[in-house]
Write a new protein. Structure first.
Length: 140
């Protein structure tokens, strides 16, 4: 039986220095463009007022005014957190809000999955809302 020597496939070639430099520059430019887009989006989306509309022991309903100053339809990730009077977190939710171009809308969000049930007579004390944006390796 004849012996056949095969070439290793695929052949491994070292990447040239110029190609390596171009790849690093392209990655750096992509990171810069992404951070610039995040800053521009923050300038175009404004949350004017948010409040607790209604609540019960098992749910909390939040109302908020959100404005899109841009020329394009935006879908934004919002993080809403509700706290009690002692600073403990009652509920939090990450959700999408869709906003048409050049408009201001009143929207509501039900938080029905609470971190803990509220005690009888307990009221939610404070609400925070934050626009979440994609960073390099995480949401922030």
């Amino acid at each position: 039986m004849p012996i056949v020597d095969r070439l290793e496939y695929p052949k491994k070639y070292k990447m040239k220095q110029t190609m390596l430099l171009l790849a690093i520059l392209a990655a750096g430019l992509g990171i810069l463009i992404s951070s610039w887009n995040n800053k521009q989006q923050l300038k175009k989306i404004v949350i004017h007022s948010f409040k607790i509309v209604e609540y019960d022991r098992q749910y909390i309903r939040l109302g908020y005014d959100i404005e899109n100053k841009g020329k394009k339809f935006q879908s934004v990730k919002l993080l809403a957190r509700v706290y009690d009077s002692e600073g403990g977190e009652i509920a939090s939710a990450l959700f999408l809000a869709d906003i048409p171009a050049k408009s201001r809308e009143y929207q509501t969000k039900y938080l029905d999955e609470l971190n803990r049930a509220m005690a009888p007579g307990e009221k939610p004390y404070r609400v925070t809302m934050q626009i979440m944006q994609r960073k390099l390796f995480r949401l922030e």
